[in-house]
Design a protein around this ligand. Structure first.
Ligand code: PHE
Length: 344
């Protein structure tokens, strides 16, 4: 028995000496396996306790308990040291240089069409207009019939419409159906709104045509509204948007929902009216359509044309944006190229 006791004491000494040499968590695991694992002298001695005599048992028991406690205490002490060393090492090798400049944060920008739109809101806001939003998907009636374009009338051919599979439902080809929505909501009060938003047409896409584009509609309904109000408002808008040097003209035209109707032209801001590539040598740039609201349309909005009159206009926001920023292709506006978008 004395022999086993000596053996245990030797084991303790050897184990503690070995422990001193170790530096990694893996080595500590292996050490624990060797000296405190199932096959270790300490644990097998516990297993054999029953084979010792009554006198031997307490002596061996005390000895084995003491060595087990000593080894466990030494191990946890060493674990703390090894962990701290590992931490110090990574802090040394993965040192953070807090004086390095950070990564620049990318700043978002407004899309040029939205920049134009904000400017349009500001200008008409100053003139006392409100913004009125109306649906992009419309009924056939709203987009055409109530605007004095009955079914099968050839005037429908003026708009290349996306008809949906649901009978009587179309993607709006212009913001004009918003006139009906606004009038029906405001009746019997005076109306002074702009209606902005996307319109869709089944068109061949090119430099100046897109199947989706932005328009804003202008609508004024009140007692005593005249063509002079239309002309004054459109001229004022054009000068505020493109500069005091821009002057306008109204050219006779036709829209089923206005009478009389006109095209609004602006003097070419690129050549000052001399004639250049942008204005195709004419000195004029077309901004949109306009006219006095047709009596039939007033009626569909709830207003008595004997008492009320009004004017309306529809202006392309994409084209306005192209002119404002001198962009030569409408397709840039929607192809999401960051090199383009970053310029605004
Ligand atoms: N809705 C017409 C178009 O898109 C423009 C317009 C609006 C004309 C209002 C007159 C009055 O072609």
């Amino acid at each position: 028995m004395i022999e086993l006791e000596t053996q245990l004491q030797n084991e303790q000494q050897v184990a503690l000496e070995n422990l001193q040499q170790l530096e990694s968590p893996e080595a500590l695991d292996a050490w624990k396996q060797t000296y405190l694992g199932k096959a270790s002298l300490v644990m097998t001695t516990y297993g054999k306790m029953g084979t010792f005599s009554k006198e031997e048992r307490p002596i061996i028991g005390r000895a084995v308990n003491a060595i087990k406690l000593a080894l466990e205490a030494a191990l946890s002490e060493k674990e703390v040291l090894v962990k701290r060393d590992a931490l110090l090492k990574t802090m040394e090798s993965e040192r953070l240089d807090v004086t390095l400049p950070g990564f620049p944060v990318k700043r978002g920008r407004m899309h040029p069409v939205n920049l134009s739109l904000r400017e349009i809101y500001r200008i008409f806001g100053d003139m006392g207009f409100q913004v009125y939003n109306s649906p992009e998907v419309e009924t056939d009636d709203m987009n055409f019939t109530y605007l004095n374009i009955p079914p099968y009338h050839p005037a429908r051919d003026m708009w290349d419409t996306f008809y949906t599979e649901k009978e009587g439902v179309v993607l709006r080809t212009h913001t004009s159906p918003g006139q009906i929505h606004a009038m029906r909501e405001y009746f019997p009060n005076p109306v002074r709104v702009i209606l902005p938003g996307a319109c869709m047409r089944y068109e061949q896409q090119d430099q100046s045509h897109e199947i989706e584009f932005m328009q804003f509609e202008l609508l004024v309904v009140d007692k005593g509204i005249t063509f002079a109000n239309l002309k004054g408002t459109m001229d004022d808008f054009t000068k505020r948007m493109f500069g005091a040097g821009a002057y306008t003209r109204l050219r006779p035209s036709h829209f089923p929902f206005t009478e009389p109707s006109a095209e609004l032209d602006m003097s070419c801001i690129f050549c000052g009216g001399q004639g250049c590539g942008v204005c195709h040598g004419t000195g004029w740039i077309e901004l949109g359509g306009c006219g006095m609201v047709h009596p039939y349309v007033l009626q569909n909005g709830g207003y008595d044309p004997e008492i009320y009159s009004g004017f309306a206009a529809g202006v392309g926001i994409d084209r306005t944006t192209l002119l404002r920023y001198q962009i030569d292709d409408i397709r840039y506006l929607r192809n999401n190229d960051i090199r383009f978008l970053e310029q605004f």
